[in-house]
Design a protein around this ligand. Structure first.
Ligand code: ARG
Length: 583
């Protein structure tokens, strides 16, 4: 494995066991990059406290048993009990050659699992808004990352395509004369989905006869009336066309194949209820059929229900989610199921997970996780809204991102031809929006701030994309100098401090991506890429590449440049962000 920290950790485990006893083998050696050496292990500090021994004695005992001969030139005790390690140049060169020699760039290969990711999941006949942006962007980054590690990822776009609102939506569609129940299956084009929904809603509230028709229409829909279903299908088709256009524009890996809407579970709902009842998990309560997962209570310690069949006999959101989790675990055989859904649905999902456990569908090694996230806030720290107080539509957001980005790109490089410039502006605009979302701790709210996300300095997509393009420009310059395409890269030999710092940073890539997969926190990868770009800048300032002292150094430094560009592009790619060759 590429990151020396992983090899060193194993050696520490052995040393801890023989110095202090097997029960200490799993103690984290707390290895960090260090300014004083290559790495520093802080394990003795905490361990000393726990064992009631001076940390320096503990550190000495560990060092006495530490066999890192082949990896390190020196191991030193420092201060109250830090252990400093200096990597051997050959060990470093070997790891770098390994990393550069494969397209995996040091990505780990964990045992492959089937992972279901429920993300995006907007609602039919409604506009996608910034609230859906987070689920879409975070879910897509996780899907790409888990796939890159070799997992079998099954994307499930759990769109809201069923329920009582469809009564009024279908009646409204009929009123508009856009289609009749009997007419052909010609597609409906709904330009303004939100407007359509609002108009239907307004009529429903104001006009009792329309409301009656809507309610009757729901009954027809649920009983499978073919003419009604065909209208419903047109609404769903119009919405999914719109969702797909947003996904395409955003570069999201969701297509029709990932569609797994609520309606798809209709046929199995009665069977799921029979199963839950057979297991003794359901109970009548106020005319509704409910499941009461253990450990959830509301007011006055009353057990909280998941309503699986409403008073009127209809099924709801919870019923569908129970059918969906059963399908994911038992039919798709997922051992990991991720729900990339906003924090407000946390209790609902916990109850679904618990019920799935009680039903025996969810058992080890399978596990489910609510990948929760906070809200998008406006500059005023309130929910992100347009100036007139409406929710921000995703499509207008994308348009604004691209137009703002094209100004940034023009300012940076006025010489790009118009076609390249437009492509780069698209990549920068979308990248900036995605990156701003991914770079903040997902559980927290974040402030949507155009100025900050498009800045060419700081932890932003434009900064990283620019760092990548700048490295590529070194190669263009090199090619112009030597008059040949693609100069030969040499073996990486690190001599200067800045070279070493960059090399060690490059070797962390795989471990960081592994961490993202474990913790489902893409901001760790963002932080890493930002540090990598910083290490590259220092290197580039201190170590001339094209003016290197000799040919070997030039080829080695070019190889470092190339590896940096590849890691940046790959890392951005895992986040769903493009890395243009020039900017
Ligand atoms: N459609 C829902 C919404 O917009 C999100 C669905 C999340 N997934 C799920 N399995 N419940 O709020």
């Amino acid at each position: 494995m590429a990151d020396p920290i992983i090899a060193l950790t194993q050696r520490f485990e052995a040393a801890l066991a023989s110095a202090l006893g097997a029960e200490h083998a799993r103690t984290d050696p707390a290895l960090r990059r260090s300014a004083h050496s290559d790495y520093q292990a802080n394990v003795a500090m905490a361990l000393g406290k726990r064992l009631g021994r001076p940390p320096r004695d503990v550190a000495q005992a560990i060092v006495d048993h530490l066999d890192v001969h082949d990896l390190c030139t020196r191991v030193e005790l420092a201060g109250p009990g830090f252990i400093n390690l200096h990597l051997r140049d050959e060990a470093l060169a070997r790891e770098l050659a390994d990393t550069a020699g494969s397209d995996r760039l040091g990505l780990p290969s964990p045992a492959p699992e089937t992972v279901v990711i429920d993300y995006s999941s907007p609602n039919v006949a409604k506009e996608m808004h910034v609230g859906h942006l987070r689920s879409t962007v975070i879910g897509d980054a996780l899907a790409r990352t888990l796939e890159a590690l070799g997992h079998r990822v099954i994307r499930q776009n759990h769109i809201g395509d069923w329920g009582t609102p469809f009564g009024m939506l279908i009646e409204h569609l009929l009123d508009l004369g856009a289609a009749t129940a009997e007419s052909d299956t010609q597609a409906v084009e709904i330009r303004d989905l939100d407007g359509f929904y609002r108009a239907a809603r307004a009529k429903f509230d104001a006009d009792p006869s329309f409301a009656d028709r809507a309610r009757h229409r729901v009954v027809l829909l649920q009983s499978g009336d073919e003419a009604t279903l065909s209208l419903w299908r047109r609404l769903v088709a119009a919405s999914t066309r719109y969702f797909n256009s947003v996904y395409e524009r955003l570069g999201i890996t969701l297509g029709d194949g990932a569609l797994a809407g609520e309606s798809g579970y209709n046929a199995v709902l009665p069977g799921v209820l029979t199963e839950l009842t057979g297991l003794g998990l359901t109970r009548e309560s106020e005319g509704a059929l409910c499941v009461f997962p253990e450990g959830f209570t509301g007011k006055e310690d009353q057990p909280l229900p998941l309503i699986v069949r409403k008073q009127d006999g209809g099924y709801g959101y919870a019923t569908t989610d129970l059918a969906a989790i059963r399908h994911r675990l038992l039919d798709l055989h997922a051992t990991r199921v991720l729900y990339v859904v906003g924090s407000p649905q946390s209790q609902h999902l916990s109850m679904i997970f618990k019920a799935a456990q009680e039903a025996g569908w969810l058992k080890t090694p399978a596990r489910t996780t609510h990948v929760a996230f906070g809200s998008v806030l406006g500059p005023d720290k309130k929910m992100f809204k347009t100036r007139s107080g409406e929710t921000v539509k995703l499509l207008s957001l994308i348009e604004e991102a691209e137009s703002r980005a094209s100004a940034v790109v023009r300012e940076k490089n006025a010489e790009l031809d118009p076609e390249t410039s437009a492509k780069v502006a698209h990549a920068v605009g979308i990248g900036a929006v995605k990156y701003a979302d991914l770079a903040s701790d997902r559980i927290k709210d974040y402030v949507f701030d155009w100025g900050r996300m498009l800045a060419l300095q700081g932890n932003t997509a434009p900064y990283l994309m620019y760092a990548h393009a700048r490295i590529r420009s070194i190669f263009r310059k090199a090619a112009a100098e030597t008059g040949s395409e693609g100069e030969a890269l040499g073996a990486i030999v690190v001599k200067e401090r800045a070279e070493r710092a960059l090399a060690l940073e490059l070797l962390r890539f795989g471990a960081v991506v592994g961490e993202v997969a474990d913790t489902l926190e893409p901001h760790r990868l963002c932080g890493y890429l930002f540090e990598l770009a910083g290490a590259f800048t220092s290197f580039y300032e201190q170590c001339p590449v094209l003016r290197a002292p000799d040919a070997d150094a030039r080829r080695s430094r070019l190889a470092l440049c190339d590896l940096t560009a590849r890691v940046l592009a790959r890392g951005l790619g895992l986040l769903g962000i493009e890395a243009p060759e020039r900017m």
